[in-house]
Design a protein around this ligand. Structure first.
Ligand SMILES: [Zn+2]
Length: 549
C-alpha cells in the first residue's frame, strides 16, 4: 500500500469543472495531487479528517492589483485566508514594469504612498526583472501577471495627454514583446484612468497585435462603465477582433448612471461569442468602492499635488468649470463619478478626512445640509481641507446587476482587490476594501448558501477552472491526479465574510476594519500548507507563473 505525504480524508470533493461534489480522499505528494479515491481508501504519513467539509481547487483571482502590496506582504494574508491560491496582477492598465528611469516619478505616482515602502525597491527595469523580484523573496500564493498598457505608455511618453507618436508606439511594442517573452499573460488597459484615457482605439489594436503573437489575452477596464458602457464593451470586442486576441472584460457591472442593466452588456458578449470570438467577463460582488475624493476630479487634475488642487478649487471660476467638466464627463471617468454626475450624494459616505473629523461617517448629503451649502460645494471643500487624504465609500452598483452577472456562464468571479493585512503599513490606516478580504467566502455565503443564486459547483467553477482556462493553466484550477496541489478546504455551514458591509450600511460599519473570514480551514499552495486550522503557517511556496505559449 502507498503511503502519501498527506491525505485529506473523507471530504466532499468539488472538482472545479462544474460537477456536483462526491465523497473521497485526496492525496498530496511532492506538490501535486497524487491520488483521489473513495473515502477511507488512501493512507498518508499525515492525515487530516475533513469530514463534512468541501475540498475544492484553490481559488484563482483573475483581477487584482497586488503588484506592489505582495512585495510588502509576501504571505499574501488577505488573499490566502480567503482560499485564493493564484492571483493575476497587472490589471486596469497598471503594472510596475517595464520601468523607464526617465519616467520613474510618473510610474511611482500611479501607486501612491506604497511606492515609497522599503520592500518596494524599484530595482527592476524590464518586466522579467520585476518577475524575478517577485519570486526572489518568496510568495504565499502563485502570481501571474499582465503587462499594463499604462506602464508601457509611461515608459514611452510619461503621462502626456497626446497621441503616441510612431517612435513612442514602436518603443511600447518592443517593451510589450519583451514582457510577453518574459511570461506576461497579455496586456491590460484602464481606459478611464490617465494615461489609458488618452489612448486611441488604434493604439491599443496595434499593441494587441503583439499580444496575439504570443497567444496572450487583452483584459480591459473599458472606456466608461456607465452612460457609455455599451460603446465601451463594443470597443473592447472590436479591439479583440481586429488584433486577433481573446478579450477579458474586467469587473463589468454597469455602474450608477448606466442606461441599461447588465443583460445589455452581456448581450454584446453573447453576440461576439456567437460570431466565433472568444470574449469573457469577470466581476466582483461588491456594490461599493472607497477611492479618494480627488479621484472624482477630471483625469488631468487627479494626480496634481494637493496644494495645487486646493488652489484651483479656491478660485470660484475654476471651481465652476471643474464642476461643469465633471458633469459633462467627456472623457468618461471611472464608475463612482456617476454619483457626482447624477447628484446621488446620499450614496457617498465620508470614510477618512483627517482635517474634517466631524464629517467622517456622514454622507455628502448630510455634510452639506449641516454646513448649509450645496453638496457639490461640500465635496470640493472636503478636498480643499484634506487633499488626497479624503476618502469616501461610493455605493455605485445595483446588486441586481451583480446577480445577473453571477448567473451568466461567461462571467468569472474576481475580487478587483489586492493583498492586504490587518497589520503593518498595509493597515495604516485600514483601507476600505471588502473584496480584498471577503470576496470568495462572501460569494459562497451570500449567493450559494443563504440565497441559492448559484449552485456550489457553478460558483466554484467560476473561481477555479474557468479563470484557469482563460489563462491557459492546464494543471491548476481542477482537482485531478497530476495537477498542482492548489487546494482549499472549507466549511460551507461556518463560512462567513467579515469584511463586507451591505448597503445601506449603518456607521460605524459592522465589518470595518476588515477581518479574515471564518470557515476557510486549510489552504495548500503547490502542495504546501499555507493556512492550517484557519491560521497562516508562514510558508511561502508560491510561484511566479509564466505564459509559455
Ligand atoms: Zn479597473
Amino acid at each position: 500500500m502507498i503511503t502519501y505525504e498527506l491525505v485529506l480524508a473523507d471530504g466532499r470533493i468539488v472538482d472545479g469543472c462544474g460537477n456536483p461534489w462526491y465523497d473521497g480522499d485526496l492525496a498530496i505528494e511532492q506538490g501535486h495531487i497524487a491520488d483521489i479515491a473513495p473515502a477511507g481508501s488512501l493512507h498518508g504519513k499525515q492525515t487530516i479528517d475533513v469530514n463534512g467539509r468541501f475540498i475544492a481547487p484553490g481559488f484563482i483571482d483573475i483581477h487584482t492589483h497586488s503588484d506592489l502590496s505582495i512585495l510588502v506582504n509576501r504571505r499574501a494574508e488577505s488573499a490566502v485566508r480567503q482560499g485564493v491560491t493564484t492571483q493575476l496582477i497587472g490589471n486596469c492598465g497598471m503594472s510596475p514594469a517595464p520601468l523607464d528611469e526617465a519616467h520613474m516619478t510618473e510610474q511611482k505616482q500611479q501607486w501612491g504612498p506604497i511606492s515609497d515602502q522599503p520592500e518596494v525597491s524599484w530595482g527592476w527595469h524590464t518586466f522579467g526583472e520585476y518577475l524575478d523580484t517577485l519570486q526572489g523573496g518568496g510568495l504565499g500564493i502563485n502570481i501571474a501577471s499582465l503587462a499594463g498598457h499604462g506602464a508601457l505608455r509611461i515608459a514611452g511618453m510619461g503621462l502626456s495627454e497626446g497621441m503616441a507618436s510612431e517612435t513612442v508606439l514602436h518603443k511600447m511594442k518592443i517593451l510589450l514583446a519583451e514582457a510577453m517573452q518574459a511570461g506576461a499573460f497579455g496586456m491590460s488597459t484602464g481606459l478611464v484612468y490617465p494615461p489609458g484615457c488618452y489612448a486611441s482605439t488604434e493604439e491599443i489594436i496595434s499593441l494587441c497585435r503583439v499580444v496575439a503573437k504570443f497567444h496572450g489575452i487583452y483584459a480591459s477596464h473599458i472606456r466608461g462603465e456607465r452612460e457609455t458602457i455599451l460603446d465601451a464593451v463594443a470597443e473592447a470586442i472590436h479591439i479583440g477582433r481586429d488584433a486577433g486576441v481573446p478579450v477579458q472584460i474586467s469587473h463589468n457591472a454597469p455602474k450608477f448612471g448606466a442606461p441599461c442593466d447588465a443583460s445589455a452588456n452581456l448581450g454584446l458578449v453573447e453576440k461576439a461569442r456567437a460570431n466565433g470570438q472568444d470574449v469573457t467577463v469577470d466581476n466582483d460582488l461588491h456594490t461599493d468602492l472607497a477611492p479618494a475624493l480627488t479621484g472624482g476630479l477630471p483625469q488631468e487634475l487627479q494626480d496634481l499635488p494637493a496644494e495645487e488642487i486646493a488652489a484651483l478649487l479656491r478660485n470660484t471660476e475654476r471651481r465652476a468649470e471643474i464642476r461643469a467638466e465633471i458633469i459633462a464627463d467627456r472623457k468618461p471617468a471611472f464608475g463612482p463619478v456617476g454619483l457626482l454626475k447624477h447628484a446621488q450624494w446620499q450614496r457617498i459616505t465620508l470614510l477618512h478626512a483627517p482635517h474634517s473629523p466631524e464629517a467622517v461617517g456622514k454622507t455628502i448629503q448630510t455634510i452639506a445640509s449641516e454646513r448649509g451649502c450645496e453638496p457639490f460645494e461640500a465635496y470640493f471643500d472636503l478636498i480643499v481641507e484634506n487633499g488626497h487624504a479624503a476618502e469616501a465609500i461610493f455605493d455605485y452598483i445595483d446588486e441586481a446587476n451583480i446577480r445577473i452577472l453571477l448567473k451568466h456562464p461567461a462571467v468569472m468571479i474576481c475580487s478587483d482587490g489586492q493583498v492586504l493585512a490587518p497589520y503593518g503599513f498595509l493597515n495604516e490606516p485600514p483601507p476600505y476594501s471588502p473584496c480584498s478580504y471577503g470576496e470568495f467566502p462572501g460569494a459562497l455565503e451570500r449567493y450559494v448558501r443563504d440565497e441559492p443564486v448559484l449552485s456550489l459547483q457553478e460558483a466554484i467553477r467560476k473561481m477555479t477552472s474557468f479563470p484557469a482556462q482563460r489563462l491557459g493553466f492546464r494543471d491548476r484550477g481542477v482537482l485531478r491526479e497530476g495537477a498542482w496541489a492548489d487546494i482549499v478546504v472549507f466549511d460551507l455551514e461556518r463560512i462567513h465574510d467579515r469584511a463586507t458591509n451591505l448597503y445601506p450600511h449603518p456607521y460605524p460599519f459592522e465589518n470595518y476594519p476588515h477581518q479574515y473570514p471564518n470557515g476557510i480551514d486549510y489552504v495548500f499552495v503547490n502542495g504546501s500548507m499555507v493556512v492550517g486550522e484557519g491560521e497562516h503557517t508562514g510558508a511561502l511556496p508560491g510561484k511566479v507563473l509564466k505564459n509559455s505559449h
